[in-house]
Design a protein around this ligand. Sequence first.
Ligand code: ATP
Ligand code: MG
Length: 567
Amino acid sequence: MRASQYFIPTLKEAPAEAEVPSHIYLIRGGFIRQLAAGLYEYLPLGFRVLKKIENIVRKHMDDAGALEVLLPILAPAELWQETGRWDVYGKELFRVEDRKGRFFALGPTHEETITDLVRKNIRSYKDLPKNFYQIQTKFRDEARPRYGLIRGREFIMKDAYSFDISEEMAVKSYEIMKEAYKKIFDELGLDYLMVEADVGAIGGKYSHEFVVKVPNGEAHIVFCDDCGYAANVEAAKYEFEVDKLPPEDEKPLEKVHTPGVSSVEDVSRFLDIDQKKIVKTLVYILDDGTSVAVLIRGDRELNETKLINYFKALDCHLASSEELKDLGIVEGFVGPIGIDIPVYADISVKDLHNFVVGANEEDYHYINVNIPRDFKPVDFVDFSTAREGDPCPVCKKPLKETTGLEVGHIFLLGTKYSEALKAYFVDKDGREKPIVMGCYGIGVSRLIAAAVEQSHDNNGIIWPESIAPFKLHILALNIKDNQIKTVAEDIYTKAKEKGIEVLFDDRDISPGAKFKDADLIGIPYRIVVGRGVKNGKVEIQVRKSGEKEEIDIDNVSLILDRINNGV
Ligand code: ATP
Ligand code: MG
């Protein structure tokens, strides 16, 4: 491809809203442009990367026996009503109305549609197992579309759905996908972790996320170097038994004056009591309007995902000052004793003795609180967010923490959708049973950003070879010089003949501008044709290592063969 005839609108500056390297460089490098919040256009370079990723995903899905289909983006509202998700999915679901007043969802995911296809076309155990996948545009009206391709409102996903006759067989399908995913992310050249994950709104039995390690990523992961355990902090079990305080004799309950002192830090300092013995009482309002009080030890953070899961809620929020007032609760001094709403406790509070809680009275706390003597929680639940240093749930060694970007998510769904949509099959024994499902997503467009997040420097992108838009970049430093032009053209022709994907910068611009663009675009190999041609030399450069080597023009063919073979 000749740069003079191509379209790579590089920019010196990134737009103000671009905060993360992938967003900045994909825009500056002329890979993508924004149409509106969360909507992106793929320009020719970006489109090439997208197609490469799609093809790697497709190859491994096909190898794993999954069958590619293409489902409509629009799904009738009635289908989503059958599973209840028309309501449950909330504001993220784009809804459109046709001319007759019928409503449709713009698919954010396709469990409903694929299960409808299966219920209408699969009857017998003989037709199973099946795994269908598609690579398609998805729509989600995200509350905060941001970071370019990382969180769009329209994005490209590979979604797959497995159908099996039993849970045992479904687990096999799940394992096959897990292995396929590892091959995909390996081939993409990414540094990733497979982590235990929360099942979230999709529901189901268990799930894993594939998370690319990046600084300041949205996914928070804890992992154990020792035994290999890794989990999203929302899903990691808190091993409180190991973290427990030693037992103490119960002291008499006492109400103490704590004027204006309400944060855990302040109470701990004021009373000179360890933060681990200051128990926070958080009042949450669930989406159905129910209020609950949740206790957690002062040094721990509550995880709202765990809370939502426990209460089978869709959403929750901390009660506002107004809401607390309506409940007759004194802000800043909330406590479990004498409160009118149900009290739940995080397991960090279990077996805790002589602790401190708010007294539900302005400027007062209770000290030496003990369970069950002073109050009794409805239940002890793991609501804690896992963090660095917590004991590993498997081997009890201290966990490490990192952040990342979720690029894939697999779920063993069970029969949630097949039962809701009556997708039954007739088993060998002649009985009708619900099909057991799994679903498997990969953020194809997010992967473009993930690769850049993981592989760039101060000058631009460094594409992994497997997804680079081109493999070779030829820079003719002065295209007006006949000798340079002839040599560069010749190398370009040879490279094409050898089937190398090559971009030829034949533009009549300064050498400095060519180098800047080349660094920004990040093509793995570069052949620079400049003044050296007078001495029969060109330079070969490797973007990743920065290596440079002068070679004889006569040896170019050999070098092209090496580039072709990826060495
Ligand atoms: P997140 O927690 O990041 O919102 P999710 O759990 O909603 O992700 P899934 O429903 O599992 O995501 O979707 C499958 C994959 O699609 C995700 O692993 C992610 O890589 C990608 N993805 C999800 N939402 C977006 C988005 N708004 N923009 C780009 N990619 C996305
Ligand atoms: Mg989401």
